[in-house]
Design a protein around this ligand. Structure first.
Ligand SMILES: Nc1ncnc2c1ncn2[C@@H]1O[C@H](COP(=O)(O)OP(=O)(O)OP(=O)(O)O)[C@@H](O)[C@H]1O
Ligand SMILES: [Mg+2]
Length: 260
């Protein structure tokens, strides 16, 4: 499905869940007994101080790391033992890892390469013209949906940093994920790009689940329906942003003495 301004908000239901998820590195437990439910049509934030275990949780969910204990279910299937290369095909895609932007290709060609990969077309050297047309139409649709129409024929290398990240998101969406994992999608971006990417995420989440690690709390307050706070590998609090940000334990542990 295209990400379009008219995409209807769908009903939330659990699409990705973890129970008792734990990961040890030697004697050190980076993730301890984490339960997580990620819902369709919702933006879920995973926040917490540096070293809390957020990226490790992402690595466990995408099976990049094998959990020491616990289980993971994706769209009703137990994926605890599923190898990582199968996860993306099952609909769980992590941005800025699986997708890569090729600097010497145009925006259009970057998206086309991503689409070809999804459709398994890259292994075929002969293709009916009609399938290429369909690919081009889908590429243009994706480019337009993320607001890169003007840069369609520009080389990826010539895009600003923020636009490159937007292109990365477009190549991720080409894989048509059911669940999208974003690790600090706003990192290093200016205010204008943050606004653009926030709008894209909000739109994307109308027909998908999004789980994102984000340090920018005004972004979390603005676009996330649900927040899970990790501290030293454990869940400290969860709820919507208003609840979590008022929790004294969160204020002490995560925000220190600063006002949220
Ligand atoms: N492969 C590894 N081997 C050993 N320790 C690790 C490994 N990966 C992560 N850790 C440790 O696990 C803890 C959690 O790290 P993680 O990267 O998940 O934190 P994070 O919440 O993503 O932090 P940040 O906000 O800085 O990105 C840290 O103490 C880290 O040093
Ligand atoms: Mg991290």
């Amino acid at each position: 499905m295209a990400v379009s301004a008219t995409a209807k908000q769908e009903q939330p239901r659990v699409v990705l869940s973890a129970r008792g998820l734990s990961k040890s590195f030697g004697a050190f437990m980076a993730v301890k007994n984490v339960d997580l439910d990620v819902h369709h049509a919702r933006v879920h934030a995973l926040i917490g101080p540096n070293g809390a275990g957020k990226t490790t949780v992402f690595n466990l969910l995408t099976k990049f790391l094998q959990p020491t204990a616990g289980s993971i279910t994706l769209l009703g299937t137990d994926i605890t033992k599923t190898p990582p290369d199968r996860i993306a095909r099952m609909g769980l895609v992590r941005s800025f890892q699986i997708s890569a932007v090729f600097p010497h290709l145009t925006v259009l060609d970057n998206v086309r390469v991503a689409l070809q990969r999804t459709n398994g077309l890259s292994t075929q050297f002969w293709l009916p013209v009609s399938s290429l047309d369909r690919l081009n139409a889908r590429a243009d649709e994706l480019i337009e949906s993320v607001g890169l129409k003007r840069e369609r024929n520009a080389l990826a290398a010539d895009l600003s940093y923020g636009r490159k990240r937007v292109l990365e998101i477009a190549t991720t969406l080409a894989l048509d994920p059911k669940v999208l994992l974003l690790d600090e999608p706003m990192a290093g971006m200016g205010q204008e790009d943050i606004g653009t990417v926030s709008n894209i995420i909000r739109e994307v989440a109308k027909t998908r689940a999004v789980l994102m690690v984000e340090h920018n709390l005004s972004v979390v307050a603005d676009i996330c329906h649900h927040v899970t706070v990790l501290q030293r590998g454990e869940i400290l609090a969860e709820g919507d942003y208003a609840e979590v940000s008022q929790d004294p334990r969160v204020r002490t542990a995560y925000m220190g003495t600063e006002e949220a």
